[in-house]
Design a protein around this ligand. Structure first.
Ligand SMILES: [Zn+2]
Length: 260
C-alpha cells in the first residue's frame, strides 16, 4: 500500500460506523481525497480538534487498490480558523469569531463543490490556504467572503468582465447592473431601470482591486455593507448558475444575519 504525505485543507467530515469519520480533504499535490479517520469520534481521539473545516494540516494516508476511500494515518494541524477565537475577547469579538467559523464552513463547502476528485489544482489550493491564514488573522469577514467568491469564480473561468459594459463597450467604473436572467455586467445606461442586480461604483472598484491585492490588503480596501450585499447577491447568482443549486452554508449565513 503506497503511503502519501502532503499539506492539505480539511473540507468536511461525516460519521462512519460507531467510532470513525470520513474526512474530505484537499491535498496540495493530488487534489481532493476522502479518507477514513479510525476512532475519530472517540473521546480521546488523536484527531481531536484537527478535523474542523478549513484546518490546514500535514496529512499521511494510504491508498488502497481499487478503492476510492483512502486510510488516514495522521492529521497534524498547522493552522485553523479557530485561532481567531484565542486571539480576541469581548462580545464583539465573540461575534467576529462566530462569523469566522461560519464562513470557514462556507469556504470549505464551496471548495468541496468545485474541487475535482483526485485532480491537483495548485491555484485552488493556494486560494484556500490563504483563506485559512486570513480567517486566523481576523480579516474583515464580509470583504474576505466577497474576495473569495470572486477568486473562486475567476479560477473556474466563469467570472464576467468587470471593466467594460457587455452592451455598449463603455466603462463600468461608475457602477454596473447584472440583468435578470443574464450573468454579465452592463453599465447603468444599458441596464433596464429597476431590474437586475445593481453593483455600486465602490463594489466595482473592490472587484478591480481584488484582482491584484492579497487577502491581507483587504483591511485597506473600502466596501460599505450595502455594496457588500450587492456583490453577495451577484455572486450568489453566478454560483447558483454554475453549481445549479444553492449551498446550505450560504443559506445558514444569511439566516444568522437576519436573526441578529
Ligand atoms: Zn453600456
Amino acid at each position: 500500500m503506497p503511503v502519501y504525505t502532503s499539506e492539505a485543507l480539511i473540507l468536511r467530515t461525516y460519521k462512519l460506523g460507531e467510532a470513525d469519520r470520513i474526512v474530505v480533504f484537499l491535498t496540495r499535490d493530488r487534489g481532493k481525497k476522502r479518507g477514513v479517520a479510525k476512532g475519530a469520534r472517540r473521546a480521546r481521539s488523536r484527531y481531536m480538534g484537527a478535523l474542523e473545516p478549513m484546518t490546514r494540516a500535514g496529512v499521511a494516508y494510504y491508498e488502497r487498490e481499487q478503492r476510492e476511500l483512502v486510510r488516514l494515518n495522521y492529521v497534524e494541524p498547522s493552522r485553523s480558523p479557530m485561532a481567531a477565537a484565542g486571539r480576541t475577547a469581548g462580545a464583539e469579538a465573540a461575534d467576529s469569531v462566530l462569523g469566522a467559523l461560519g464562513h470557514a464552513g462556507y469556504f470549505a463547502e464551496l471548495i468541496d463543490e468545485w474541487a475535482p476528485e483526485a485532480h491537483a489544482d495548485e491555484r485552488l489550493y493556494r486560494l484556500g490556504s490563504s483563506m485559512v491564514d486570513a480567517l486566523a488573522a481576523g480579516a474583515p469577514i464580509d470583504r474576505l467572503a466577497r474576495y473569495f467568491e470572486y477568486w473562486l469564480l475567476r479560477l473556474q473561468g466563469v467570472y464576467p468582465g468587470i471593466k467594460i459594459c457587455a452592451g455598449c463597450g463603455g466603462s463600468l467604473d461608475q457602477g454596473a447592473v447584472m440583468p435578470p436572467r443574464e450573468h454579465l455586467f452592463i453599465c447603468r445606461g444599458c441596464g433596464p431601470s429597476g431590474s437586475g442586480t445593481p453593483v455600486s461604483a465602490e463594489g466595482m472598484h473592490f472587484l478591480a482591486a481584488s484582482a491584484s491585492v492579497a487577502p491581507e490588503g483587504l483591511q485597506a480596501l473600502p466596501l460599505a455593507a450595502s455594496s457588500a450585499r450587492q456583490l453577495e447577491t451577484a455572486h450568489r447568482r453566478l454560483m447558483n448558475l454554475h453549481l445549479e443549486k444553492e449551498l446550505k452554508s450560504a443559506r445558514v449565513l444569511r439566516e444568522m444575519r437576519h436573526t441578529r
